[in-house]
Design a protein around this ligand. Structure first.
Ligand code: GDP
Length: 420
């Protein structure tokens, strides 16, 4: 184990190789338990197929994905010399963009996977846009499936050019971005330098991950734990589960769930199937609160200290960036907002200012509409109670994405919350 921890998002278009890359990273860093590999090696040999350990990792991931219920699915872990990495995004998840929103805002850095034979695709754009809006510091770009394009330097250069265009378009600081020709499937330039890319003299993916800047230290914000699901477990009772975004939870703490507006004393905290006395940011926990029944709380609630409860917004002001909308957005528009684990229809009550995205200066007061490419300050009224926080105070709970017609049309950060 290393000293420092990093949350890493793996982003990119469907089928470009995110899951395969996660499997490869786990495999190359020895993060798959030896007995698990051994067991599979024996099975594979019995079936007359030796040397399929990597395939085993992939099967295992696929199986977890199908089960789709464990809270561990997104939390594959591996280590380099400098860092313990947790993958905060989960490829193939039913709620992928949703996860991207919660995942990317918690991730310190991201690996963007772009298939060499396909180049920049719609979700490449969507994810890069979200990563930039939600505050990812640095991107490593894995140009994947190099084996499919015969490890051609020209193809790699074309993809690099295309991605650079995209980064420029969304104003992502590109200075720190590194591009690596990889094959997740064959293992080229992941742990070891590939013999197939003599024209490339940069770092391997694991070297690049190891060289990432250290993440910002956690804020001293109060406990905020968005509820992912609520279970009933025999012998314990009601068990909300979720991931601690900020603060600490101790047994005996008095907590409050908002917007459901109920609370009580924390009786037990469980992590990785073991009881623990306390839990910290990044921990996935199940816990039990005295007197709270299954129907008292729900997904989308946020748990915090009773004396510093999560904010509930009557209205809030936010800075949004419109990524793609077929026409124009005007006051009165009511799409679905995704913020932490909540999904709530919200009305854009007023468009207060249009900003120049390059300079950040106000370009127009009270514009009639905004459209794709625009950045604006807007006032938003949730149609149902929503717990959300100013990004300046608790950034982990201060960002959201706006979805409509099956697409992410905008993303934003909360400037100010007007509570109930
Ligand atoms: P995801 O949707 O981004 O998670 O993509 P997957 O990891 O599921 O990969 C999609 C398909 O591409 C699968 O059939 C993989 O076996 C294949 N694939 C992924 N990486 C590579 C690669 O580097 N080379 C080749 N040839 N195929 C790959």
């Amino acid at each position: 184990m290393s000293e420092q921890h990093q949350n890493l998002a793996i982003i990119g278009h469907v089928d470009h190789g995110k899951s395969t890359l996660v499997g490869r990273l786990l495999y190359e860093t020895g993060s798959v338990p030896e007995h698990v590999i051994e067991q599979h090696r024996e099975e594979a040999e019995e079936k007359g197929k030796g040397g399929f350990e990597f395939a085993y990792v992939m099967d295992n991931l696929a199986e977890e994905r199908e089960r789709g219920v464990t809270i561990d699915i997104a939390h594959q872990e591996f280590s380099t010399d400098a860092y313990d990495f947790t993958i905060v995004d989960c490829p193939g998840h039913r709620d992928f963009v949703k996860n991207m929103i919660t995942g990317a805002s918690q991730a310190d850095n991201a690996v963007l996977v772009v298939a060499a034979d396909d180049g920049v695709a719609p979700q490449t754009q969507e994810h890069v846009f979200l990563a930039r809006t939600l505050g990812i510091d640095e991107l490593i770009i894995g140009v994947n499936k190099m084996d499919v394009v015969d490890y051609k330097e020209d193809t790699f250069d074309e993809v690099v050019e295309e991605v650079n265009q995209l980064l420029k378009q969304v104003q992502f600081q590109t200075d720190g971005a590194s591009f690596i020709p990889i094959s997740a499937f064959e293992g080229d330039n992941i742990a070891d330098e590939s013999g197939e890319t003599p024209w490339y003299d940069g770092r391997t993916l694991l070297e690049a991950l190891n060289d990432l800047p250290a993440p910002e230290p956690p804020t001293d914000a109060p406990l905020r734990l968005p509820i992912q699901d609520v279970y009933t477990i025999s012998g314990i009772g009601t068990v909300p589960v979720g991931r601690i975004e900020t603060g600490i939870m101790n047994i005996g703490d008095n907590v409050s769930f908002q917007p459901s507006d109920v609370g009580g004393e924390v009786k037990t905290i469980e992590m990785h199937h073991e009881e623990v006395p306390k839990a910290e940011p990044g921990d996935n926990v199940g816990f039990n609160v005295r007197g709270i029944g299954k129907d008292d709380i729900r997904r989308g609630d946020v748990c915090g200290p009773a004396d510093e409860p999560p904010s509930v917004a009557e209205t809030f002001q936010a800075q949004v960036v419109v990524m793609q909308h077929p026409s124009v957005i005007t006051a009165g528009y009511t799409p679905v907002f995704h913020a932490h684990t909540a999904q709530v229809a919200c009305t854009i009550e007023s468009i207060d200012k249009k900003m120049d995205p390059a300079s950040g200066e106000v370009a127009e007061e009270n514009p009639d509409f905004i459209q794709s490419g625009d950045a604006a300050v807007v006032t938003i009224r949730p149609q149902k109670p929503l717990s959300i926080e100013p990004s300046s105070e608790i950034p982990e709970l201060g960002s959201f994405a706006i979805r409509d017609m099956g697409q992410t049309i905008a993303a934003g950060k909360v400037l100010d919350v007007d509570g109930k």
